[in-house]
Design a protein around this ligand. Sequence first.
Ligand SMILES: Cc1cc2nc3c(=O)[nH]c(=O)nc-3n(C[C@H](O)[C@H](O)[C@H](O)COP(=O)(O)OP(=O)(O)OC[C@H]3O[C@@H](n4cnc5c(N)ncnc54)[C@H](O)[C@@H]3O)c2cc1C
Length: 450
Amino acid sequence: MKKADVVIVGGSAAGPTAGISCRRRYPDKSVILIRKEEKVLVPCGIPYVFGTVGSPEKNLIPDALLDKNGIELLKGEVVSLERDKKIVSLADGDEIGYDKLVLATGSQPLELPIPGLDKENVFSVKKDVAYLSQMLDTMNQVKNVTIIGGGFIGVEFADECRKHRDCEDCSVTIIEILPRCLKLALDDEFCQEAEDVLVERGVKVLTNKKVESIMGDGKVSGVRLSDGQELSADMVIIGVGARPDTRLAEAAGLEIGLAGGIRVDRHMRTLGDENVFACGDCAEKVSFFSGKLSRLMLASIATGEARVAGANLYGICYSNPGAVGVFCTVIGERAFGCAGLGEAVARREGYNVVVGQSAGPDRHPGSMPGAANVKLKLVFCKEKGLLLGGSASGGTSIGELMNLIGACIQHSVTAYDMAVFQMGTHPALTASPIAYHLVNAAEMAVKAMK
Ligand SMILES: Cc1cc2nc3c(=O)[nH]c(=O)nc-3n(C[C@H](O)[C@H](O)[C@H](O)COP(=O)(O)OP(=O)(O)OC[C@H]3O[C@@H](n4cnc5c(N)ncnc54)[C@H](O)[C@@H]3O)c2cc1C
């Protein structure tokens, strides 16, 4: 029987990151990573397969990453885990022994209780090269695409579908049950702006609408809404989120939490077995802010947890601070992002909120090539001026702006700290130092706190 010091199950965002973290901390430990796919997709790049990137084959995580870090790759499905013997078994009958095990088995698309999901040309968003290739072939042949779900996956699919299908009589429709697209991530003014951009780009947006069933005789012909309306469609994409894949852990008797993930402590150890760790979408999460269960599933959280798990395998080095939630998306040329709590969520959670806002170009002067107008809103807790969150729309600079805000939240930065940040600037690269968005918005909040 083959054996390694560390066995990792899962080859997407969390698995390789846990392996690299382990090898950096414990270079003398052997690591085997087992994953079921022949080739692994960049999960966040999946919507771009249908437009910008053009095919699943152009959206892969290179295996060279594992080799470079001294991690042995084994392709196969782990079908069982015997914790007493410290063995995992593969579908082909092979057994692999471990000293420490990391479960990074990820998530599966949520299944909606809607009749008709089994009809031809109805797809969910699976992280699977062959499935996505078939989905792309179908998209090339159809005219009317309906997307169920207006969260970031649905919105990104819709925008990419428009790019891909530049024909006059083609349509792309989003159906969202909530009053706004992206509502779970962004405050209303940003949701409204995002919907406006979608509509400008030719996407039909139907909010406050629930799909009751999928129509068609064998092949999909449309969707029926709960208000009785029927919309024709020759392809339906379900983009409503994911649930933790805990099948292996559950069968091995590991504890599953109330939000459906594998229960772990702050060091990413499963409860009840200190030799088994879990990280990424399959692991239970708590909010950075409240410690309450969190259902956020993001690559930022998955890789953060994986770094903690990998480093803690042979002694505690790091603690998981909880899910902050740093999120970005882009529709056409306009990017939207949020880190931490939006204003509405912060108020709902009971914080006494102060908001600071700033708007202006992200280059100086604003006539510099590539400049985009940024709108930034920072949310602080009034009592101590603690940063709770930030939301923004703008150009490509939004991505790193959200990361900066996320790091500030994680390190308990206040409006008073931010108001005196010394931000590096350059005309072709950043906003003006006189009106730097982050500092400006913090100053506005300090003024409002007086
Ligand atoms: C369309 C889409 C777009 C997204 N965009 C973003 C984004 O822009 N930003 C962001 O932060 N997040 C985004 N996410 C979320 C992000 O992709 C996930 O949070 C991330 O993939 C989680 O990584 P993971 O490794 O925990 O799980 P997964 O990516 O689900 O990977 C699980 C791995 O485990 C393997 N596995 C599972 N069971 C077994 C078994 N029994 N045997 C062997 N192998 C097994 C799987 O094959 C896979 O390799 C997106 C998700 C989707 C679906």
